[in-house]
Design a protein around this ligand. Sequence first.
Ligand SMILES: CC(C)(COP(=O)(O)OP(=O)(O)OC[C@H]1O[C@@H](n2cnc3c(N)ncnc32)[C@H](O)[C@@H]1OP(=O)(O)O)[C@@H](O)C(=O)NCCC(=O)NCCS
Length: 180
Amino acid sequence: MRKIGLAGERPVGDSRVYKASHVFPSDLNHKGTLYGGKILAEMDVVGSMAAVKHARHNCVTASIDWVDFLCPVHNSDSICYEAFVIWTGNTSMEVFVKAIAEDLKLGTQRVAATSFITFVALGEDNAPAPVPKVVPETEEEKQLHAVAMERAKLRHIRKEQSEQIARTLSLPIPEPKQMI
Ligand SMILES: CC(C)(COP(=O)(O)OP(=O)(O)OC[C@H]1O[C@@H](n2cnc3c(N)ncnc32)[C@H](O)[C@@H]1OP(=O)(O)O)[C@@H](O)C(=O)NCCC(=O)NCCS
């Protein structure tokens, strides 16, 4: 058994997670393609597993920077999610998630969606806890890591904007009869 340490640095590869599943009729929208919400939920689950593997702590989703649905996924496809930590701050981790669709009969594969999700590690006291620094190794990892600081800066600006907007929003929850 390989002992995974909690030293100051860990390679990206140590956090890598894959999850593959068949696309079932219950997962399809009215156009016969996979629901975006289903893809998002799976990305969050697989991404959080990568974050926990890296931090060896419980983690919460802090933000989803962006999600691009690049092509539709059909009933005849399988979908494989791959996630890994690509950048670390002090207590936060940016996880890259890609969804690869495969036409099972033809054997052709395509990148169906990508996302960057930020998770924060929580200690026993439920406060943000420091995480090991992540070290990219492959060409793909290095490319994604190279512009991670720029994404982190944009996240910071966007978070401030979200907080500003939240302060101006009305709070009352509608009466039950007004809900659909
Ligand atoms: C995410 C959360 C733990 C941050 O807590 P906080 O008290 O704001 O902590 P801090 O301001 O000290 O930030 C801690 C880290 O999170 C990062 N962070 C906080 N909010 C963030 C956001 N919206 N997007 C990206 N990173 C964020 C900070 O940049 C900081 O990173 P660093 O330590 O690497 O520099 C807190 O806002 C929270 O619990 N949010 C709800 C999470 C949730 O319910 N998710 C859905 C279910 S999992």
